[in-house]
Design a protein around this ligand. Structure first.
Ligand code: UD1
Length: 422
């Protein structure tokens, strides 16, 4: 039996939705505490399943982790006691592969299970490995595990074929203590990478070029533990902004950093949305009926984020005219399309392009979340559809949205969690 949401949609939603810390920044930063012994304090960590999964993995490697309050942790690194990240723990979450870089920095060796595929695509780790090899690491893949070993990590120039988020993070963490200077060209530029680099610099690393496609990492002998607070989650913020647009601006979003989601905001403005942003508070000043069709293509940051593609599609379903979304980052990221169509949407899609014809409203139905962001798009649709919808397999949603049903209930949604048959 797995958990599902029962949602009676069509209720007006009004109030404030608070954005917590960014999952995708918290994960690499947690992993970064493997690099050097000492006691770390991390704050503004979201309370999510993915964080709990990662904590189990880090504990299996020898870290002692204590929860101080809902969003803060104390992490004690007294040395890595186990140099093997097992399949059991890595298969649950791909980001687990990030332990390889810090373990190499700390111990010059690591054995990490290959993560395997996932619902949205095959997601290889070739770019991570290419980066490590450039630093002098010998890689051997056997029995589903990557064994990495180096006499010495040496700085080098690395040019990524594609600005992979995970590969950039992994290689940066391996390079901070390498001998000499590492230059990563075509590095990913996501705000979560900036946050990781700022954390590492607070530990004493020497990383420049942060926020650009060229990261320069001057290796240092030693780093020092520190206290750090994670940035807000721009994907959760974007999802809540879509909710606000769908509910005529009655929802205020608290925790928006505009320059983290600039292309998303300007895409929505192109479609007719009007925003008022003061500090981190965003208010929508337009009505759903005023929005017009739009076109969005997912791109590495600062382009339109693939993680906001499915919530955007839900909004486009409710907008007059024909919209289009092109997915260029993952090969299989339209699994919400047939589910949205079960709710009355008119979307036709091949593997990379979806054409969305506007409808008046969704019709309630039983649907299934196939991954985290797909789940969010279905919940948004169910909140709007009149009548009872069931969204199955919400364990996906729990990976990335903290206490979603409590937050939605507090602004007027009729949503309950229950144990379902599927
Ligand atoms: C991260 C995010 C995820 C987001 C994605 C793209 C985390 C924990 N997850 O995932 O939410 O959707 O960025 O913004 O931060 N690729 C290769 N070889 C590699 C690595 C990646 O071919 O070695 C390909 C992938 O298959 C994919 C594309 O590059 O098609 C993007 O992947 P990447 O940027 O690495 O995403 P993740 O770090 O896995």
């Amino acid at each position: 039996m797995v958990e599902a949401f029962k949602i009676i949609g069509g209720q007006p939603l009004k109030g404030t939705l608070k954005v917590e810390g960014a999952k995708n920044a918290a994960l690499p930063i947690f992993v970064g505490t493997l690099i050097e012994k000492g006691t770390y304090i991390l704050r503004n960590v979201p309370n999510l399943m993915d964080i709990r999964t990662l904590i189990k993995l880090l504990e299996s490697l020898g870290l002692v982790i204590e929860k101080l309050d809902e969003h803060s942790y104390k992490i004690e690194n007294k040395g890595i006691t186990n140099l093997v990240a097992s399949y059991d723990l890595v298969k649950k979450m791909r980001a687990s592969f990030l332990v390889m870089g810090p373990m190499l920095a700390h111990e010059k060796r690591a054995t990490v299970s290959l993560p395997g595929g996932c619902a949205i695509g095959s997601r290889p780790v070739d770019l991570h490995l290419k980066g490590f090899e450039a630093l002098g690491v010998k890689i051997n893949i056997e029995h589903g595990y990557v064994e990495a070993i180096a006499d010495d990590l040496k700085g080098n120039k690395i040019v990524f074929d594609f600005p992979s988020v995970g590969a950039t993070e992994n290689v940066v963490m391996a390079a901070v203590k390498a001998k000499g200077t590492t230059i990563i060209e075509n590095a990913a530029r996501e705000p979560e990478i900036d946050d990781l680099c700022n954390f590492l610099n607070k530990m004493g690393a020497k990383i420049t070029g942060i926020g650009t496609g060229t990261l320069i990492i001057e290796g240092v002998e030693k780093l020092y533990p520190c206290e750090y607070s994670i940035i807000p989650d721009r994907i959760v913020a974007g999802t809540f902004i879509i909710a606000s647009l769908m509910f005529d601006g009655e929802i205020i979003v608290d925790g928006v950093v505009r320059n983290h989601i600039e292309s998303f905001i300007s895409k929505l403005e192109e479609m007719g949305a009007v925003f008022e942003i003061e500090g981190n508070i965003l208010k929508v000043k337009s009505k759903l009926k005023d929005l017009k069709a739009g076109k969005a293509t997912t791109m590495p940051h600062p382009g339109f984020a693939t993680d906001l593609q499915s919530p955007m599609m839900t909004l486009m379903c409710l907008v007059n005219g024909t919209s289009e979304i092109k997915e260029t980052i993952f090969e299989n990221r339209f699994m919400h399309v047939p589910e949205l169509n079960r709710m009355g949407a008119k979307i036709s899609a091949d593997s990379s392009t979806a054409i969305i014809t506007g409808i008046n409203n969704f019709s309630s139905a039983e649907v299934m979340a196939s991954d985290l962001r797909a789940g969010a798009s279905l919940i948004l649709a169910a909140l709007k559809a009149n009548g009872e919808s069931i969204v199955n397999r919400i364990y996906h949603v729990d990976r990335g949205y903290e206490k979603l049903e409590e937050k939605l209930r507090a602004i007027g949604a009729n949503i309950v969690r229950f144990k379902a048959e599927i």
